[in-house]
Ligand binder design. Structure first.
Ligand SMILES: [Cu+2]
Length: 147
């Protein structure tokens, strides 16, 4: 066996790294869902998007004007339902999942959006899993330029 030259070894490594990055950025068969998530301001946006980020998610973007979340994910790793449950767990209602009253009450005062009518069953009520809401954070003024 010949010893592989250093330079080609590095080249191979670089190619592998680049390929890995490409795979990460663009999941084959990724699904994009646009769903309504109730919320108010730029601070809500941060909380919602942070909650939705997980392995297999390549895009989590909530718009405070339209109240629509655009979620792009690998359906083999997660689902729209799983992401909406996580969002509800940090205090934000969607049409099929509601945050628990306790988590909602713990949101910053300016994040107390108008909640949709409660679900008939308590099935979709998400209870608190962790305290992901930083109360010290200031709400962004309403005029803040959105994405
Ligand atoms: Cu808010």
């Amino acid at each position: 066996m010949n010893i592989v030259k250093n330079s080609s070894g590095w080249l191979l490594l670089t190619v592998m790294l680049l390929t890995g990055t490409t795979l990460n950025a663009q999941i084959a068969g990724a699904k994009t869902s646009t769903v309504k998530v109730y919320g108010n301001c730029g601070m809500c946006e941060k909380t919602i998007e942070k909650a939705a980020w997980e392995k297999g998610v390549s895009q989590a973007d909530w718009n405070k004007d339209t109240k629509m979340a655009v979620l792009t994910f690998d359906p083999a790793k997660t689902s729209e339902e799983a992401l909406l449950k996580k969002i509800a767990a940090v205090g934000y209602d969607s049409d099929n999942f509601r945050a628990s009253n306790e988590v909602y009450d713990n949101l910053h005062a300016c994040c107390h959006y108008d909640r949709p009518a409660p679900l008939k069953s308590s099935q979709g009520q998400m209870t608190k899993k962790r305290t992901g809401v930083k109360k010290a954070e200031e709400c962004k003024p309403a005029g803040e330029g959105g994405k």
